[in-house]
Design a protein around this ligand. Structure first.
Ligand SMILES: [Zn+2]
Length: 318
């Protein structure tokens, strides 16, 4: 589900909740009118008086007008009391700003944006551990502070962690750089990219996250099955696209061109993408063709994750 679809669902939910509340109140009021003669009378009197006030206002008889307005005020007070004692409550709005219409000042209200973000994060948490993979839960103590062939894991990962946090703070959907996270399984690539996704979703950006396997399978089945490219167009268009585990899917010539088109189209539009992969550049070159590898090599900021598999360390510690 896309963020836009979440938006529409939240807007529809809010509006239908409001219409149901209004309809329930209206029907309670008409039942009251049937069963309470005084209430029915007040309604009639108020409506006649309203028309008379309009006419008197034109004639300019101020004294008469004042008396009528006083009567109208008293009738309205009595009406309210009858409604109250019948247990019919005023409509309670969740959002006083838009009075639950979902729109404020001609724009979608902030309450809908907040609800859509929550909804989207809940949807995302069904396919990825977005609730547990936050910056606050990223534990640098798992990375050894020793020199290895690739460098010092602790130092490298501290720098990458800092880069990711700054990335979310300074994020700009039209100028932020694209990132390529490489390295073995279990070193935190998914964790950090989900942490970025979460922070940017909270800020209201349209982030699409998915595993290469699921994302490309959906695009392929839409393209050949339904002759639509909905998922592809959304992926190309969103503020930040995160493709997790590139290389975890079966790579057909169609997938090769799909990956190239996504990477290239987003680069041309200066839209940032984050790609996670266990593959080396040589493998990317071989599997996804040299033109994909050259785009990633030339245009992405590549970061190699170091250390020992954290999932294994965690399960060994149990
Ligand atoms: Zn609102």
């Amino acid at each position: 589900m896309t963020r836009k679809e979440c938006y529409n669902i939240c807007l529809e939910n809010k509006q239908s909740l409001l219409s149901r509340q209004i309809a329930a109140r209206e029907s309670a009021l008409s039942r009251l009118e049937e069963n309470n003669p005084r209430f029915a009378e007040i309604k009639r009197l108020m409506s006649t008086l309203g028309a008379k006030i309009a006419i008197t206002a034109i004639s300019g008889d101020r004294g008469k007008l004042k008396d009528m307005e006083k009567t109208l005020f008293e009738l309205s007070k009595e009406k309210k009391e009858i409604i109250k004692s019948a247990g019919i409550e005023e409509i309670k709005y969740d959002c006083e700003k838009c009075r639950d219409t979902g729109y404020y000042g001609g724009k979608v209200c902030d309450c809908i944006k907040t609800a859509a973000t929550k909804f989207y994060i809940t949807e995302l948490s069904k396919i990825a551990p977005v609730e547990s993979c936050r910056f606050e839960t990223f534990d640098l103590s798992f990375y050894p502070d020793t020199e290895t062939e690739g460098g010092n894991p602790k130092k490298r990962m501290t720098a990458i962690f800092k880069l990711c946090k700054e990335y979310t703070i300074k994020f700009n959907p039209l100028s932020s750089e694209s990132l390529l996270f490489t390295g073995n399984t279990g070193l935190g690539k998914t964790h950090l990219s989900l942490a970025i996704a979460y922070e940017l979703l909270l800020k209201g950006y349209n982030v699409i996250y998915g595993s290469a396997y699921n994302m490309f399978a959906k695009m392929e089945s839409e393209h050949f099955g339904e002759h639509s490219d909905k998922a592809y167009l959304e992926a190309v268009d969103c503020d930040l696209l995160i493709i997790d585990d590139l290389g975890g899917e079966f790579v057909s010539p169609y997938i090769q061109s799909l990956v190239y088109n996504i990477v290239n189209t987003r680069l041309l539009a200066r839209k940032p993408t984050i790609i996670n992969t266990n593959l080396s550049m040589a493998e990317i070159n071989r599997i996804y063709t040299p033109r994909v590898a050259s785009r990633l090599l030339g245009e992405y900021n590549a970061k190699r994750f170091l250390g020992n598999d954290i999932r294994q360390q965690k399960s060994a510690a149990r």
